[in-house]
Design a protein around this ligand. Sequence first.
Ligand SMILES: NC(=O)c1ccc[n+]([C@@H]2O[C@H](COP(=O)([O-])OP(=O)(O)OC[C@H]3O[C@@H](n4cnc5c(N)ncnc54)[C@H](O)[C@@H]3O)[C@@H](O)[C@H]2O)c1
Ligand SMILES: O=C(O)C(=O)C[C@@H](O)[C@H](O)[C@H](O)COP(=O)(O)O
Ligand SMILES: [Zn+2]
Length: 365
Amino acid sequence: MVRELTVDLGTRSYPIYIGEGLLADIAAYFEKHGISKASPLLIVTDDHVAKHHLSLALDRLAEGGFTAVSYTVAAGEKSKSLAVLEDVIGACLQAGLDRKSTVVALGGGVVGDLAGFVAASYMRGVRFVQIPTTILAHDSSVGGKVAVNHPLAKNIIGAFHQPELVLYDTSTLLTLPDRDVRAGLSEMIKHGLIWDAEFTAWCEANAEKLIGLDPEALQYGLYKGCAVKAAVVSRDERENDLRAILNLGHTIGHALEAVAGYNELLHGEAISIGMVGAAMLSVRMGNPEEILTVTERIFKKFGLPTRIPAHFDTEAIMRAMMHDKKFSEGRMVYIVPTAIGKVEINKNVSAEWVREIVDRLKRED
Ligand SMILES: NC(=O)c1ccc[n+]([C@@H]2O[C@H](COP(=O)([O-])OP(=O)(O)OC[C@H]3O[C@@H](n4cnc5c(N)ncnc54)[C@H](O)[C@@H]3O)[C@@H](O)[C@H]2O)c1
Ligand SMILES: O=C(O)C(=O)C[C@@H](O)[C@H](O)[C@H](O)COP(=O)(O)O
Ligand SMILES: [Zn+2]
């Protein structure tokens, strides 16, 4: 069964296909969506994904009459850098990509964000396809945010560049390491926490199935997560307002990733801590204690971290948070839960309260 969703952006609308074994039909999907056979295309992937899934994509594209070459980066967040971006642009030039070419991201959020930014900048913009291979990438492959990191700030060099299609073959997820399975589920839970209390409860009730990659639970969870993301992006593509809710837990989370040199916490782990922090902030503002109890309980159930490791420096975290893209005109902006399944964009948060929360996240167990 193939589930289908649409990101509704007028003339730039695109489909998300979710199902088992879709990678084997890559050529048919590309043909259906007008990907050029006359110009070469570049598949960007990483060395873990390449080992398991690259040859099928290349073989099937060749059989379908496409000229596809690949470029493999080192796995991990460190590849989201300007240096690696330059390497991939070099690969585009070497392969002779032209303005009708397509850049294809075969991988998780790192490859998707990097390849997407290559597609946004090569020749001032070429077409782009997302083939997500992690659970987390149900989020990153949808919505067109593409970027690389700066040592001081996460995703600070980037663009909005929407894909032509998202081809989500859930059978690729079977080769994911357990830590990446759990980290990916963190964004799925986020989609429940910001939008849908019922889906949040479903995630909690199905934790074991999701962690165990039960095909039915996984497909449903990914479909629901993508549906929330597509609904939000369709209403506010460029984060003028509503889209900021997708950033629940990310102000603290991104600061933790940057302070750790993009080397210690996975993105999904950093934001599970950040979402617990946002729940603490919510309760500090007078909202019901239940918001924190439920949030913590869910992340613990998924074996995700809920506390900042003690060796992180509070002042360094506070400094890193100042680079958050939501902050402007001297105001800190936080996404704060007001109930399970509901959040507000709060533009009046005191830095002192945030420091208090960061300290509490380091202190308490
Ligand atoms: N653009 C967005 O909207 C958006 C949204 C959420 C997250 N992100 C970004 O996504 C990144 C995190 O994504 P991620 O968690 O997918 O990380 P990732 O891309 O680094 O993948 C996680 C790990 O799994 C490996 N891997 C990927 N697919 C595999 C497979 N099928 N089998 C075996 N191994 C596999 C990778 O090599 C890597 O080691 C962060 O940089 C984050 O900022 C972007
Ligand atoms: O798509 C969005 O918008 C999000 O905020 C999704 C986040 O999960 C994702 O991590 C995103 O890359 C964060 O964007 P940023 O603008 O805060 O860098
Ligand atoms: Zn995220």
